[in-house]
Design a protein around this ligand. Sequence first.
Ligand code: DX5
Ligand code: ZN
Length: 226
Amino acid sequence: MSFDRSLKIAPSILSADFANFGAEIQAIEAQGCDWVHVDVMDGHFVPNLTFGPPLCAAIRPHIKTVMDVHLMISPVDQYIDAFAQAGADVITAHVEATPHIHRTMQAIRGAGAKAGLALNPGTPAEACDYLLDMVDLICVMTVNPGFGGQKFIHSQVEKVGKLRAMIGDRPIHIEIDGGVTPETAPLVAAAGADVLVAGSAVFKGGSVSNPAPYGENMRAIRAAVG
Ligand code: DX5
Ligand code: ZN
């Protein structure tokens, strides 16, 4: 995984057909996605449940791009090795999910994955202080985590700008997660984000048997950013 700040679209398979993940992943990659975003929820840190390491390992062979695993789980540290062994390229943990986020970032890199740090909407940019030299990605949640299809929280755009300034020339991606559409994508891209997670905005109108809308939806986001 080489680093660059070009715009990347990471469809969230939370909005895919859960009975058909392999074919859905092949479809979004064929339609031009850059990364594949995998949302892990525990029913404790967030009020929803999805799946764990065995599912990640099962879909891994279908992912030719980047497997971007977003852990919305607490506790988190004892599961990191399992997600790394499942083949995650990026593992993102929430700063709110553990009293020892520094240790968590160390553990992710120690397991051989890129380390991502996610911030809930109520968590300030300054929560990343003292961590910038040990992370590869900062995920700004632009909805409250737990569900797809929620409305973008506009106050987070200012946070993205602050983080971009704090990051300077360090090789750290800024990822946006939640409510990304052709209307909201240009706001966060202008503020400095380079990875846009999008669930409902990518999968709407399409299916495995009719994947063309996935490509149209992604092109609409890219065109809006310009
Ligand atoms: C929310 C998840 C997101 C979600 C985004 O907790 O982390 O990745 O799938 O869905 P949309 O793009 O529909 O807001
Ligand atoms: Zn996510």
